[in-house]
Ligand binder design. Structure first.
Ligand SMILES: Cc1cc2nc3c(=O)[nH]c(=O)nc-3n(C[C@H](O)[C@H](O)[C@H](O)COP(=O)(O)O)c2cc1C
Length: 496
């Protein structure tokens, strides 16, 4: 890693941004502060105050000139559209403005950012947009550290000892999740810029009883022991009625001066992560809750009777396919799976076939060059590792790939694995030009619905992503009529 020298602070006039700017100076960086109104900005004379607009890519291009590090601390509180514009938009616009040039990034989001079912997130979608900004940073290829602080300045005066956590397991949506002083957040963000070990790490930051560490040198050791993080087990956490206790959380925390060795740490992490079989059983028990939370099952047709294609949807599909070519692309895995036994054709493959039949579209399968294990337990473990590593396994496309090049409507299918699409789907998405294309996602699952995959697909491609279809894997595999009805309802609603 090359330590940056010239750092742009976005969100510089906010309560943490101001402290981060001061910290940047204290740590010897050349500091530039992005501000809306230079006349009103009050900074140390050494700060290069740049008047600009974080909602404008053009404006950020100027702000980023000569910059090799960025600290993002911005945050909006005025409802979903402002959160999208500021929390997510600033990251998106800065990355666009960089146009592929690499910088070191420190991004502040929030503790509990993977918790979607809180009132706060339902009202403001703040976690959703922050999570998407995290994904953009991870996918950008830049070196980065993502810091998810606890509640600002809710710590007592004797709680100064910094604690780093991973896995985002705190679920109270209140200061009980942990608190930390604003100045400490600023300090960790800026310290991360100069740390090799902090590169590609996501951590939650809280303070516990005890004095502040005199210096952050031990950070290097902390970060070194952390995994590059992707969100783990969304499904489990979103549907669980009883979040892990605080003591359970602190068992996996990583503390200065009291480190489990690497093996122990991994083992504890594994114990903490509920076995996926149990997680899926839990999903099944509280299906209604899960689906309500996901809001992502537009077609949940209950009919089990034969459902002939609706004439109108068939007609529309034919008409639109004249001008707008369509293609179905999917990833699926045959073998042992949850609730269906050992199958020769995967659940998503069955759903993909139903969509291809309904739309007369050609079908393309994404396969991982090195096949996944056939056993259920084995694949869950491989999939989880891949997700943690944000891996991009090599893939092959089987089918009419010319149709894919010329199509402007792509139905993209995958199973939900650990609350996300399998990593080969991201290999596929990131390896293509999506300009002018529209994606209709579809998935099979056992409780998660589409989870947040529509947003992830939009982030990975920049394409227009339309309302998706989520079908239970067991239905896709065993109930062709119900699946065909769900598909024809979805296609009709989409007006295709
Ligand atoms: C590795 C793995 C992880 C899974 N994770 C989830 C999950 O997080 N949420 C969920 O609802 N279902 C989960 N499932 C269940 C699958 O989404 C479901 O069985 C799907 O229909 C499999 O599709 P396929 O046969 O096309 O691979 C998981 C299954 C596997 C094998």
């Amino acid at each position: 890693m090359t330590k940056p020298t010239h750092v742009l602070f976005i969100g510089a006039t906010g309560s943490i941004g101001r402290l981060a700017v001061a910290e940047g100076l204290a740590q010897g960086y050349q500091v530039r502060a992005l501000v809306r109104d230079a006349g009103r900005a009050r900074f140390d004379a050494r700060v290069d105050v740049f008047e600009g607009d974080l909602t404008s890519v053009e404006s950020l291009k100027g702000a980023l000139d000569g910059i090799d590090g960025i600290v993002f601390t911005m945050g909006a509180h005025d409802g979903p559209s402002m959160v999208e514009k500021i929390d997510y938009g600033a990251v998106r616009n800065a990355l666009l403005a960089l146009d592929g040039r690499k910088v070191r990034i420190a991004l502040m989001t929030a503790i509990g950012v993977t918790y979607m079912d809180s009132k706060y997130n339902r009202d403001y979608q703040a976690h959703d947009w922050k999570r998407r900004s995290e994904r953009l940073v991870r996918a950008s290829g830049n070196e980065y550290t993502i810091v998810r602080p606890g509640w600002f300045d809710y710590n007592d005066s004797d709680q100064q000892r910094l604690v780093f956590l991973q896995g985002d397991t705190h679920r109270h949506a209140s200061p009980e999740d942990g608190a930390v002083a604003r100045a400490q957040i600023a300090r960790v963000l800026v310290s991360a810029l100069g740390s090799d070990e902090a590169d590609r790490k996501t951590l939650e930051l809280i303070a516990e009883q005890g004095p502040a560490q005199a210096d952050l040198t031990p950070c290097s050791r902390v970060w070194n022991r952390m995994r590059p993080a992707r969100s783990m087990a969304y499904t489990m956490r979103r549907t669980s009625r009883s979040p892990p206790s605080r003591s359970a959380c602190s068992r996996i925390s990583t503390r200065f001066g009291h480190w489990p060795d690497h093996e122990d740490h991994t083992a504890i992490g594994r114990r903490k992560t509920m076995n996926i079989r149990k997680a899926l059983s839990a999903c099944l028990c509280i299906t209604a809750l899960a689906l309500g939370g996901c809001g992502s099952t537009p077609s949940s047709g209950d009919t089990s009777s034969a459902s002939p294609k609706s004439e109108s949807s068939r007609q529309t599909a034919t008409d639109s396919s004249k001008g707008n070519s369509m293609v179905v692309v999917y990833f699926s895995r045959a073998g042992e799976n949850y609730g269906v036994g050992n199958v020769k054709v995967g659940n998503t493959a069955k759903l993909a076939e139903a969509i291809a039949k309904e739309t007369d579209a050609p079908i393309i399968e994404i396969t991982r060059n090195e096949p996944y294990p056939e056993g259920y337990d084995e694949v869950t473990s491989v999939a989880q590792d891949e997700q943690r590593d944000n891996a991009r396994p090599q893939i092959t496309l089987n089918g009419d790939t010319d149709a894919l090049d010329s199509a402007d409507t792509v139905f993209l299918g995958y199973p939900i694995w650990w609350g996300d699409a399998p990593m080969p789907v991201y290999t596929f998405l990131e390896g293509r030009d999506w300009k002018g294309k529209t994606i209709y996602p579809f998935c099979t699952h056992e409780g998660s619905g589409l989870a947040s995959t529509s947003g992830s697909i939009a982030d990975a491609t920049g394409a227009t992503v339309k309302t998706g279809l989520a079908v239970r894997g067991t239905d896709a595999q065993k109930n062709a009529d119900k699946t065909a009805k769900a598909v024809s309802d979805w296609i009709a609603k989409a007006g295709l």
